[in-house]
Design a protein around this ligand. Structure first.
Ligand code: AMP
Length: 590
């Protein structure tokens, strides 16, 4: 049987409450739906929609899908649901992947998806000491994610026994064959029961993949996603650029790209609700006026956000695909994909928000090195070219900022009306250094516009270990939300056990006109900066962009707000709930 994803399928309606109807319709049980909800997934990706039902029904599957399409969840969710209710003999599932990095990544993903079901997962890969692996295998694990070489090693030592395996997944099978694992795969599969379910995923389907599928899969359901080219003329004519950045640097890359592009109005797309909140908080922390919009918000909240965006009060709208789908969004100069969408259809839909009615549009995509294949397939399906560029360097950023200062000065010069200043300039230039006087004035403007902020280079995709963490300068406006190399992109770093600094180190609080508010809930209650930004923006009806530094401590948080708004914000917060509960709020005193 061969199924094909139907791109005309009606999108799932955003659910303000409850779990995603899209995932529920696939037959997933409540605990998995709760996990997906907590991860902020709003609807299944095409491969998930196609693969989950047959896999849940115990069928074998041959799926053509690249990294970035959501294929890990497509095989992990059914696998978890089946083994949670199957015979409890371990290991119940084996996932084979080509590399150590993937073993770790897929292992973590399966663990994340199986958290509610309390399923244990172990990643086995070469280069890792073998004896801790013996102990872990001896204790027993439900799912083993392994590279073929290391799996075979354990099988030979009889430390990995596959007699009770119910499901085997061959992930990135073409890469495994490219790496010379064909014989190992055959040898491993020989050790598994004939009754098992097998799923094979591969980005490409050359004859040798077909042959391995023929040998090991029983009447597989075949799935090919987005085979059909997008209809001619559907893909808008916009300048498309992609930046390849390791996942942990995505947040920093986004901030840098925005700093250089300087869009007046942009739409930033993320895959999940959680990411939307994190990115919004990160951007606001860097002084941008950004607002989030996703399926977890009420209609009233969405209307407020949209009105602020339409009126220009908000410059960046950070959205999930589901939330953006039903919206009448005005023309934006830039569409930014914080990550590559899971299919060509979604990509076309996203970038169609710019370059409308003959106007110029720019689409920018940030992607992980592993997602380059998906990008190529999107190019083929959309019949368009995406230029892959380097993330702007610190020198690029400085040059752009200087150019902006120059343009600003030129505009003032052209507009004239310089009378009160001419006398001052003449007096200063009297000493015979008119050019230096002009340069000093430029420096002053440049500094006032933040042009002298120190920045760090963002490593390219081939960079090895992350740079050592260097604290940001005193002017960093976002204490809790600093981006730390090596951490998750846009992830907000909390410093456990630290107390608020006695002397303020953040720009906003140190500045006249800002007040510090104490909020009696912190990390312990699961508070994140996005919760505080959301509560203040929604309850006190203020633009999120005015909120300054946020510090999240163990039991409390400190938020900087404009002093003139502090009273109103305190009143609004004291009437409302944060994360479902009332919390004490007051002006903070060190
Ligand atoms: P994969 O292709 O499995 O490597 O997944 C790519 C990325 O998409 C991962 O970061 C997943 O967390 C994310 N993802 C997978 N499925 C969904 C979904 N239905 N909605 C949003 N994000 C998803």
């Amino acid at each position: 049987m061969s199924t094909k994803h139907d791109s005309t399928q009606e999108p799932t309606a955003p659910a303000a409450t409850g779990f995603s109807p899209g995932f529920a319709a696939l037959g997933l049980e409540a605990s998995l739906l709760a996990t997906l909800d907590a991860l902020g997934y709003e609807e299944p990706t095409p491969i998930q929609r196609e693969a989950i039902p047959p896999l849940l029904a115990g069928k074998d599957l041959l799926g053509q899908a690249a990294t970035g399409t959501g294929k890990t969840a497509a095989f992990a969710l059914p696998l978890l649901q089946r083994i949670a209710h199957g015979v409890k003999q371990r290991p119940a599932a084996l996932v084979l992947v080509p590399t150590r990095e993937l073993a770790i990544q897929v292992g973590e993903a399966v663990q994340r998806y199986g958290k509610e079901l309390r399923i244990s997962v172990l990643a086995l890969y070469g280069g890792q000491a073998i004896s801790p692996q013996f102990h872990a295998l001896k204790r027993g694990v439900d799912v083993v994610v392994a590279t073929p070489g290391r799996a075979l090693d354990h099988i030979r030592r009889q430390t990995l026994k596959l007699a009770h395996v119910q499901t085997v997944v061959l992930d990135e099978a073409d890469e495994m064959l490219d790496m010379g694992f064909a014989d190992d795969l055959d040898a491993i599969l020989l050790q598994t029961p004939a009754t098992k379910q097998t799923a094979l995923f591969s980005a490409t389907m050359p004859p040798r993949i077909k042959s391995i599928a023929h040998r090991h899969l029983k009447h597989p359901v075949e799935i090919t996603i987005a085979k059909e080219p997008v209809k001619a003329g559907t893909a808008p004519k916009v300048q498309q650029t992609a930046y390849v950045v390791a996942r942990q640097h995505r947040g920093a890359a986004l901030a840098r790209i925005l700093d250089v592009a300087g869009p007046k109005s942009a739409l930033v797309f993320c895959r999940t609700r959680v990411e939307v909140d994190e990115v919004t908080a990160m951007l606001n922390g860097r002084g941008r006026r950004a607002e989030a919009i996703h399926g977890g918000m009420s209609q009233q909240q969405r209307d407020r956000v949209m009105n602020a965006f339409r009126s220009g009060q908000t410059e960046l709208l950070v959205a999930t695909d589901v939330a953006a789908r039903g919206l009448d969004i005005p023309h934006v100069s830039h569409v930014i994909n914080f990550d590559l969408p899971s299919s060509a259809e979604v990509y076309v839909h996203r970038i169609g928000r710019t370059g409308r009615a003959g106007r110029e549009g720019v689409a920018i995509t940030i992607l992980d090195p592993r997602e380059q294949r998906l990008l190529r397939s999107i190019e083929i399906h959309t019949k368009s070219k995406v230029i892959v560029a380097q993330v702007p360097t610190v020198a690029d950023l400085r040059a752009t900022r200087l150019e902006r200062t120059k343009t600003a000065v030129k505009e003032i010069l052209d507009a004239g009306e310089l009378e009160p200043f001419l006398a001052v300039a003449e007096a200063l230039a009297g000493a015979g250094r008119p050019i230096e006087v002009a340069a000093a004035a430029m420096k002053l403007i440049h500094r006032a516009q933040g042009g002298e902020q120190s920045e760090q280079e963002i490593p390219g995709p081939l960079s090895r270990a992350p740079e050592p963490y260097r604290p940001q300068p005193r002017s960093a406006p976002y204490q809790a939300g600093r981006h730390q190399p090596g951490d998750r992109p846009g992830r907000l770093i909390m410093r456990p056990g630290t107390r608020p600094p006695a002397g303020r180190t953040t720009q906003s609080a140190g500045e006249p006109g800002m007040a510090r508010l104490y909020v009696g809930a912190g990390r312990e209650s699961g508070i994140r900066p996005g919760d505080l930004v959301g509560a203040i923006a929604n309850e006190a009806k203020v633009n999120a962009g005015v909120i300054g530094a946020i510090e999240i401590e163990e039991r409390f948080s400190i938020v900087d707000v404009p002093a003139g708004m502090a009273k109103g914000i305190l009143e609004a917060l004291s009437r409302s709930r944060i994360k479902g509960r009332k919390v004490p709020v007051r002006v903070f005193k060190d």
